[in-house]
Design a protein around this ligand. Structure first.
Ligand SMILES: [Zn+2]
Length: 153
């Protein structure tokens, strides 16, 4: 969990006594908290599920559940799915946190498809830079994550 940004989510600011609206800026339909943002929020949850479903069935929505789900991926035939899932989680948190900040501080809103495209572009760059080690060759990681989606990039 070291990859997570130090999240000053709105509920924490509120506990510190700052008068800030508590409503999540991603879905406008829930109180913002760490657990809500990642990924119980309908907006961030739908992005996570649509991307993580490439790696395994029924990806869960809470960080604790996700941390229990990722090790189970190693039981699948391609054992490097765990490494790709950890990277996807890190990249998704990064881009959703940026989107949340852009909406609060810059009044700029992106669609879920734009954010998914940004996550995929970052995944592409990061997977390309993965060192080829043993049977975990970079082309296999790219092929594994993107599969038939590679043509649409
Ligand atoms: Zn939300």
């Amino acid at each position: 969990m070291a990859c997570f940004p130090r999240v000053s989510s709105l509920d924490r600011l509120h506990r510190w006594g700052l008068q800030v609206p508590l409503t999540c800026v991603l879905c406008s339909n829930g109180e913002e908290s760490h657990d809500h943002l990642f990924f119980q929020c309908s907006f961030s949850g739908s992005i996570w599920v649509s991307l993580a479903s490439r790696l395994g069935n029924n990806p869960p929505l809470g960080l604790l559940s996700i941390s229990q789900w990722i090790p189970l991926l190693s039981m699948q035939p391609r054992s490097f799915s765990q490494a790709v899932a950890k990277l996807l989680l890190q990249v998704s948190v990064h881009h959703l946190w940026r989107e949340r900040n852009a909406r609060i501080f810059n009044m700029v809103t992106s669609s879920s498809s734009d954010i998914k495209a940004r996550i995929d572009r970052t995944m592409w760059d990061r997977l390309l830079s993965f060192p080829a080690r043993g049977s975990i060759a970079t082309p296999s990681l790219l092929e594994f994550y993107f599969g038939c989606f590679a043509d649409s990039l």
